[in-house]
Design a protein. Structure first.
Length: 468
């Protein structure tokens, strides 16, 4: 039975979707003013892995993740790049798609954009004003935070705590407009030379928080199953989303709130503001993107990840270890018998691995324990592959289940390409040299192939190869 840690209740709860067999899931997406760093990618990969597991468990997932394509940072970037805000947004939306595709991220059911939903945002704000939860002043619109009695339930922060220093977090000119320092902006009045839209209270653009409330309810309904995002969004972004959405609809906004842990560098959260970030765009040029995917996907989503050379190298070694198990098993298909009298115990063992994997992943998507089960399975595959006689039935079942479970982490293994005639001939020559105890020639051929990027593994069943 699948259990999810719900930030709202601070405990693991049995997952019961609104509609049997279906999941409505919303994940806060990026503000598209630059390439994403791996801190941003952590959230994308974590919830792509969650989505993949939900689908593996038989759910139909309606997965919505937005693009913030109008924002102070985008406007600033547009001025620096001498482009319009829409042009900046379009450039980095396409970059996001390219980078996340390299990381094996499935496209969302829909990626709505703020600029495409301005009429809906205006309508939503209008309802909040009519209900007395919002007010317009000098072209701005603010939300009356104190009017929403459950404010702070998600983050655990009380209004009294918020009041201390609240007036210091915004400019004096803005505080003069507000009825209360705790109130937050739903609409910002237009400034010279900035993109804006006409609204009943004056030209301007949406505040950050309102967009997700509008797009989540528009595409998924007034109440959704899962709302997810980075841990840093719990307050104020998600807290404000709840206040806006529930004030407008009168219904619970989301039944389960999920938040992923940070990626840290030298024990500090990775962020562009701190300058301690690494862009995915750059990293995937320097390494196999699957290493980066594996690095992020195989840690339980709520846990922090420490990014450094050591942890990346560990991910590379472990992924290679899993790939080797796949290669060993696939290689034995060349001389496997159709089936043996001893197949059933191995098929039963596979069923146990699958059962154990589901038990671990059903516990709040515990990827770290889930991948441990796959390591155990890889070990069993290696042992089986070393037997004198192997069954094609067992090998194919192993490969199918292995690929199926690895795909949940966004990892796909492919058989290595066939060697060309020259390299095949060298391997045959080396085999003959070893048989004749000509170890000098054998070593020369191994070194030559190594320079070609071909690594040889001598097994009891013969010499097999893999690419470096």
């Amino acid at each position: 039975m699948l259990k999810i840690y719900n930030t709202l209740t601070r405990e693991k709860e049995l997952f019961t979707p609104l509609e049997a067999g279906k999941v409505k899931m919303y994940v806060c997406g990026p503000t598209v003013y630059n390439y994403i760093h791996i801190g941003n990618a952590r959230s994308t990969v974590a919830f792509d892995t969650v989505r993949r597991y939900l689908e593996y468990r038989g759910y139909q997932v309606d997965f919505v993740s937005n693009f913030t394509d109008v924002d102070d940072k985008i406007i600033k970037a547009a001025k620096e790049l001498k482009l319009t805000a829409p042009e900046v947004a379009e450039r980095f939306i396409q970059a996001y798609y390219d980078d996340t595709k390299a990381l094996g991220v499935e496209k969302a059911t829909i990626n709505p954009r703020v600029m495409d939903n301005i009429p809906e945002i205006i309508d939503f704000i209008t309802v909040l004003i009519e209900k007395g939860y919002a007010y317009a002043v000098a072209g701005d619109v603010y939300y009356r935070t104190r009017k929403f009695k459950k404010y702070g339930q998600l983050s655990g922060i009380s209004l009294d705590e918020l009041e201390v220093g609240a007036s210091n977090r915004t400019e004096a000119s803005e505080n003069e407009k507000k009825e209360d320092p705790l109130d937050f902006a739903l609409w910002k009045a237009a400034k010279p030379d900035e993109i804006s839209w006409e609204a009943p209270w004056g030209a301007g653009r949406p505040g950050w928080h309102i967009e997700c409330s509008v797009m989540a309810t528009k595409y998924l309904g007034d109440t959704i199953d899962i709302h997810a995002g980075g841990q840093d969004l719990t307050f104020p972004h998600h807290e404000n989303e709840i206040a806006q959405s529930e004030a407008k609809t009168g219904h619970p906004f989301a039944n389960y709130w999920m938040h992923n842990g940070f990626v840290t560098m030298e024990n500090e959260k990775m962020s562009k503001s701190l300058g301690n970030f690494v862009l995915v765009h750059d990293m995937i040029k320097q390494m196999n993107p699957q290493i980066l995917r594996f690095f992020m996907a195989t840690t339980q989503y709520r846990r922090p990840i420490s990014y450094n050379d050591t942890t990346i190298e560990e991910a590379r070694v472990n992924l290679n270890r899993l790939k080797t198990a796949f290669d060993n098993t696939f290689y034995r298909l060349t001389d496997a018998v159709e089936q043996t009298l001893n197949d059933q115990p191995y098929l039963d063992q596979l069923a146990e691995f699958k059962k154990h994997f589901i038990q671990e992943m059903d516990d709040d998507f515990n990827a770290a324990n889930g991948i441990t089960v796959i390591y155990e399975m890889a070990k069993a595959m290696n042992i089986y592959s070393e037997q004198q006689e192997v069954s094609a039935v067992v090998l194919k079942a192993m490969l199918a289940q292995y690929q199926e479970l690895m795909s949940i982490f966004g990892i796909t293994f492919e058989p290595d390409a066939l060697l060309d005639d020259k390299i095949e001939a060298l391997i045959e020559e080396r085999t003959a040299a070893r048989a004749n105890k000509d170890f000098q020639r054998s070593d020369e051929i191994r070194d030559l192939l190594k320079r070609e990027g071909i690594i040889l593994d001598d097994t009891p069943q013969g010499t097999r190869w893999r690419r470096k």
